[in-house]
Write a protein that binds this ligand. Structure first.
Ligand code: PLP
Length: 404
């Protein structure tokens, strides 16, 4: 039978401390031990059934981790205080001074900045490659390469990574493939496709209410425990710990993820098709014109669609800015970064979420000035939204006026 992440997630059963259908929220930073010996054993790593200190783990964080492991089909998962908290901990856990990693060049700007500017301080080198070009990835691997890193669907250019091939390549060189799956929860299941470690910014679709910053690392028990090791675990020692109250609220939001993803995808596909028909340059993996369309079709779980993110090219930055301001005034969404909200969010990546990437490199990777990234919302009548967006574009002469 086909594995369904949403079934695994919704099949999780909870009997709260007092019989509640939601687990009780743990509200302690520290925990008592009935004997000093148990405390000693816990510090030695025998943490089964015991909580020590909430930076290490807490009941609420473990519940959320369990749900994320069910989502991604991994043995377990750790949660963190942000997506960057997950990304930086994983990289620093896997790479030491003198090491090297291979990364896709089209990744979230913060991840790019960390790799390009921050890892230098630790004498860790990064080769940025076109992740859709297998020879380029293979050619960048060195003896001291410790990981291959990519996003399943990349930010903001929506390149689709060939996860099974990249996983094989990583394995052949004895290293993990690390995939950030923030853009495509449920649609793509990287671990099922061979990835060794899956990262999420929970801030986005998974939480879906734009009220929380959080992250996750999904992987083997061995790796997730290593991250929590009190002596040398990057998760434990760098201290990016999620608060229990937030963990509990994200867990509750995850129960509607399957419904939300279907609607985000349905709405995004509708708009992408319409605007492409209108003659705009649209990037959306659900369009046959997208270079990663066939790959995505081969890798995805079809019922969740091609995701809620699309980009449109408004021609230049001025027009992009005017269009975003007008759409916000017309209540079509918010001029805001981030993704996965019930309302549409739009921003120009070149001057916002990818501004860490130097202009010249932006050009090389096809990130044009006029590009607008849309995180399409859960609009109930998407045709009405399309008509209103179209009128904004007509007003700004991005599209010719359509006569009835
Ligand atoms: N990964 C991707 C693909 C993102 O888009 C972002 C944020 O925009 C992050 C990671 C970072 O996550 P956070 O903002 O939760 O630290």
């Amino acid at each position: 039978m086909d594995y369904k992440a949403s079934d695994a997630l919704l099949d999780l059963q909870y009997f709260g401390e007092f019989g509640g259908v939601n687990p009780s929220i743990s509200d302690s930073s520290t925990y008592t031990f009935l004997s000093a010996k148990t405390m000693f054993d816990t510090f030695e790593g025998n943490t089964e059934g015991c909580y020590l200190y909430s930076r290490h783990s807490s009941p609420s964080n473990l519940y959320l981790g369990e749900a994320l492991a069910a989502l991604e089909g991994t043995e377990t998962a750790n949660v963190t205080a942000s997506g960057m908290g997950a990304i930086t901990a994983v990289i620093l856990q896997l790479c030491s001074s003198g090491d090297h990693l291979v990364s896709s060049r089209t990744i979230y700007g913060g991840t790019y900045a960390f790799m390009k500017n921050f890892l230098k301080r630790f004498n860790i080198e990064v080769s940025f490659v076109d992740i859709t070009n297998p020879e380029a990835v293979q050619g960048a691997i060195r003896e001291n390469t410790r990981m291959i890193y990519c996003e399943s669907v990349s930010n903001p250019l929506l390149e689709v990574a060939d996860i099974p091939n990249l996983a094989q390549l990583a394995e052949a060189h004895g290293m993990p493939l690390v995939v950030d799956n923030t853009f495509s929860p449920l649609s793509l299941a990287p671990a099922r496709l061979g990835a060794h470690i899956v990262i999420h910014s929970l801030t986005k679709f998974i939480n879906g209410t734009s009220d929380t910053v959080a992250g996750a690392v999904c992987g083997t028990k061995e790796f997730c425990l290593a991250l929590k090791d009190v002596n040398d675990g990057a998760g434990m020692l760098l201290g990016s710990t999620l608060d229990s109250l937030r963990a509990a609220s994200i867990l509750k939001n995850m129960r509607t993820l399957h419904l939300r993803m279907k609607k985000h995808s349905e709405n995004a596909l509708f708009l992408a098709r319409q605007f492409e028909k209108d003659g705009l340059r649209v990037v959306y993996p659900g369009l046959p014109s997208h270079p990663g369309h066939e790959r995505m079709k081969a890798l995805m779980v079809p019922e969740y669609g091609f995701g809620g993110i699309l980009t449109l090219d408004a021609g230049n930055l001025e027009r992009a800015n005017s269009l975003m301001e007008l759409m916000q005034r017309e209540n079509l969404g918010y001029l805001a970064v981030s993704l996965g909200f019930y309302k549409t969010l739009f921003s120009a990546p070149g001057t916002s979420t990818s501004s860490e990437i130097p202009e010249e490199e932006q050009k090389q990777m096809g990130l044009s000035d006029g590009l607008i990234r849309f995180s399409i919302g859960l609009d109930n009548d998407i045709d009405r939204t399309y008509q209103k967006m179209r009128r904004c574009m007509e007003t700004l002469e991005i599209l010719p006026v359509q006569h009835a």
